[in-house]
Ligand binder design. Structure first.
Ligand code: FAD
Ligand code: NAP
Length: 339
């Protein structure tokens, strides 16, 4: 196949905030060959190359003077199956949630808590996606990436990816690695993670005492649909800020001042604060400034009511960040990738 190039294309359909900026050049890569073609084309034209998947973790604040390459490669295959552990490989352009549903239909456990996360398989390692007590690293079995510095393919093991909370080596070395395919170690026999948020409670309410991975996925999809705005209806990029990690002393100081503080002690002695609670407590929930706003049900999610620019959304985020810093002495870090 050969790349089809579009010039001066609106990226509105390609980012879940629905921000209307233009790409100087745009193309979709369906396989490794087209990825390499994209890299060569960008170099020939003297343009940077920006790779995207589903655009669900992006905040675009200006026109993109680059070749935007959207990963559209497809394919899922079982690499090995010893009756217990099943290693599966998926191409970067696979839609994450379709892949999760495929795995469940195959009777494979491990991805159920990561149901309904938007985006692609290839972007999932970027921030080590996580939800309901499970992170990508818990089921990760390796990946293949193209080193954009020398054009060579490189295999990465779990340790080499340096996964951390919403973070990875790939996020820390922006623009270097183009992830082509990812491998997952799934299980025929489920070890379910039910102790996070309302998951167990919801299963009990449904009268399910021995849940299957598919039950867990269904319940999590239901909870997510109730709490989170659907980007197809209301533009957003999920959580706008990471949950801040603070020292036990800072958490204790805040707890004395705010007895209802939502805080989770971590294994390393730090304490994770719920950024949504801080923003809510500071009075931002439901706040609206033109077409940019803070979601009325979930304070961690910034929304585009229609027509907001990336700069407007970013300006609102900055006001929130400074306010949280002033009120609580806590630094919030933005989660989506800023352009
Ligand atoms: P994009 O937004 O297209 O790209 C994100 C970054 O990855 C960019 O820097 C891009 O350059 C880079 N990138 C993309 N593909 C590749 C590739 N193949 N190789 C190298 N770099 C690449 N995230 C969570 O962790 N947990 C959640 O529960 C969650 N829930 C969400 C709910 C909603 C409603 C929304 C809108 C977002 C949510 N997110 C969540 C954030 C987002 O869905 C994930 O981060 C997702 O993995 C992003 O995938 P994407 O394909 O859309 O990436
Ligand atoms: P929630 O259940 O209302 O919980 C609020 C916050 O408290 C979450 O951010 C979560 O941290 C933390 N938390 C809850 N229970 C916890 C526990 N038992 N141990 C440690 N931390 C706990 O959150 P929500 O907004 O509805 O989201 C539910 C899950 O989906 C969360 O895991 C969240 O990360 C994920 N999610 C992520 C995005 C995104 O864009 N990144 C968007 C929507 C939902 P964690 O975030 O660290 O889990």
């Amino acid at each position: 196949m050969s790349l089809v190039l579009h010039e001066n294309l609106s990226l509105k359909p390609f980012n879940t905030f629905g921000v209307d900026v233009r790409a100087r050049l745009f193309a979709e890569a369906h396989d490794d060959h087209e990825v390499r073609q994209g890299l060569m084309l960008a170099a020939d034209r003297g343009l940077p190359l920006m790779v995207i998947g589903g655009g669900s973790n992006l905040l675009l604040t200006r026109d993109v003077d680059a070749l935007v390459l959207r990963m559209a490669s497809r394919g899922v295959r079982i690499l090995s199956d010893d009756g217990e552990r099943v290693v599966v490989e998926a191409e970067a352009g696979e839609v994450w949630d379709s892949f999760v549903r495929w795995s469940l239909a195959e009777g494979l456990a491990g991805l159920e808590n990561l149901s309904l996360i938007p985006g692609t398989v290839g972007a999932a390692p970027m921030q080590n996606i996580g939800a309901y007590g499970v992170e990508l690293k818990d089921v990760f079995a390796g990946l293949v990436a193209l080193d954009r510095q020398n054009g060579e393919l490189r295999e990465f093991s779990l340790a080499e990816c340096a996964f951390a909370y919403r973070d990875s080596r790939f996020k820390r070395e922006p623009g270097r690695w183009l992830i082509l395919r990812v491998r997952f170690a799934l299980a025929r026999k489920a070890h379910l993670h039910l102790d996070y948020g309302p998951v167990r409670q919801r299963l009990v309410e449904e009268g399910i005492s021995s849940p299957t991975p598919a039950d867990v996925a269904r319940v999590i999809c239901a909870i997510r649909s109730e709490k989170l705005p659907d980007p197809a209806v209301l533009g957003n990029a999920g959580s706008f800020f990471k949950n801040p990690l603070v020292s036990a002393a800072v958490a204790e100081r805040l707890r004395r001042q705010y007895p209802d503080l939502v805080a989770y002690p971590q294994a390393d002695g730090q304490v994770k604060l719920a950024a949504g609670w801080l923003i809510d407590r500071a009075g931002w929930k439901g706040y609206r400034e033109g077409a940019a706003g803070v979601h009325a049900q979930q304070a961690l999610v910034l929304v585009n009511y229609g027509g907001a620019s990336g700069s407007q959304l970013f300006a609102l985020a900055e006001r929130i960040r400074l306010d949280i810093q002033e009120r609580f002495g806590v630094e919030l870090e933005m989660e989506p990738n800023l352009y």
